[in-house]
Design a protein around this ligand. Structure first.
Ligand SMILES: NC(=O)c1ccc[n+]([C@@H]2O[C@H](COP(=O)([O-])OP(=O)(O)OC[C@H]3O[C@@H](n4cnc5c(N)ncnc54)[C@H](O)[C@@H]3O)[C@@H](O)[C@H]2O)c1
Ligand SMILES: [Zn+2]
Length: 372
């Protein structure tokens, strides 16, 4: 087993992301390094636990069934009510200040359990065992935790870094197809903003990646962890560099918002968003045409996407204006001057964004994919 150990620096101290196929079968030593805990509590969801619970339970050495707390991991249940249910369950399960919480699941479980760990008894130790591509390459690293309010996503939360992250690509076998592909969009994003070599790898090996070949995941997961780790280590509180992780996301959030979060899996919206951001880069003279073409081709090879929504361009522009990532109402976008690099650009002319929004559905149109 080839294991990679990637260090992430945070204000609360450094922590390791240990990743590689089979990592979950060798956890004893990793946990021993964290010290002793009065009890161990696993937070997961019924769906995740059905898929990988047996092996996770063995791997994490959880013998007491009462120490497994299952939550609803639908995005609609990522709220304060679930936090209350979980924390009350922890009280019933006897969790105290010296307990360890292990979040086993995708980004929803990680975000909620992370926030619970941050606030239960003013903070208990947290370990992430991410089980989706998004959770492994993105949400488990960087310490952002939180839940949604009816008024918006992730409005209540805390920065709360884990003590350890254990990422095992083997658990991705049971992940539904659409979720896997959604995660692939974030991997392509990392390639565009920070890793031209990985971009070329994806161009060469997309079919193997989509079939989840072991060698492909062994290459991609640690490489993506390293990218996210590097960015958040340099800018934990999102004052600058971390912003590049939003490549494609201003368009994506607008697409998700105008379709009331029902049409797209997040990664699918990001896929559209990255193609639109590439085009916008070209519109304002930042991104070269051949890079736009490479980005669009690679994204398209992820597979079919739900079409661009049939809404007036104005509705999308309005959604972008109210996105919390815009500063002082001015449109600000992460663009790529060349594959492998990205930066934020301020004061983008509204007319350029409008042209992209009007043009995108036609530009990317093929066999019934758009406006399906
Ligand atoms: N904290 C951060 O920095 C950060 C970053 C990105 C995303 N997020 C958050 O993450 C959430 C999305 O997370 P996600 O994309 O991981 O999806 P998710 O947590 O919604 O999981 C997707 C689905 O896959 C199932 N699942 C998970 N692992 C499985 C497995 N191994 N086998 C079978 N089924 C499995 C889940 O039960 C769920 O139905 C969003 O709420 C988003 O806001 C947070
Ligand atoms: Zn995203």
């Amino acid at each position: 087993m080839k294991t990679k150990r990637i260090l992430v620096q945070s204000v609360a101290g450094p922590y390791l992301v240990v990743c590689g196929a089979g990592v979950l079968r060798h956890t004893t030593k990793e946990f021993a390094k964290l010290g002793r805990f009065s009890s161990v509590h696993v937070v997961s969801s019924a769906k995740v636990w059905r898929a990988i619970g047996k092996s996770a339970q063995r791997a994490l050495g959880v013998r007491n069934r009462g120490a497994v707390h299952l939550m609803n991991d639908r995005e609609a249940a990522k709220n304060l009510r679930t936090v209350e249910l979980l924390t009350r369950d922890l009280v019933k399960g006897g969790a105290d200040r010296k307990s360890l919480l292990i979040a086993v699941g995708g980004g929803v479980v990680g975000d909620v359990a992370g926030f619970v760990a941050a606030s239960y008894l003013r903070g208990v130790a947290l370990v992430h065992v991410p089980t989706t591509v998004v959770a492994q390459v993105d949400s488990s690293i960087g310490g952002k935790t939180g839940v949604n309010l009816p008024e918006g996503k992730n409005l209540v939360g805390a920065f709360y870094p884990p003590r350890l992250v254990l990422s095992d690509p083997e658990v991705l076998r049971t992940l539904p197809e659409r979720e896997f592909r959604g995660g692939l969009a974030e991997i392509i994003k990392h390639a565009v903003i920070a890793d031209a070599e990985m971009f070329a790898y994806l161009e060469k090996n997309m079919e193997k990646v989509k079939r989840r070949y072991r060698a492909a995941l062994d290459y991609l997961i640690p490489r993506n962890v390293a990218i996210k780790a590097r960015v958040v280590t340099q800018d934990e509180r999102e004052s600058g560099l971390r912003e590049i992780l939003n490549f494609g996301h201003t368009f994506a959030h607008a697409l998700e918002s105008v379709t009331h979060y029902k049409r797209y899996q997040h990664g699918e919206a990001v896929a559209w968003g990255m193609m639109a951001a590439a085009l916008l880069g070209h519109e304002i003279g930042v991104t070269r045409a051949d890079d736009v073409s490479r980005i669009v081709s690679l994204v398209r090879r992820m597979g079919p996407l739900p079409g661009w929504p049939r809404v007036p361009a104005g509705a999308l522009l309005e959604a972008m204006r109210s996105d919390k990532k815009t500063r002082d109402g001015k449109l600000r976008f992460v663009l790529t001057p060349r594959i492998g690099k990205a930066a934020s650009y301020d004061g983008i002319p509204l007319a350029a964004v409008e042209r992209v929004v009007c043009f995108a559905p036609h530009f990317f149109c093929d066999s019934g994919q758009v406006n399906a």
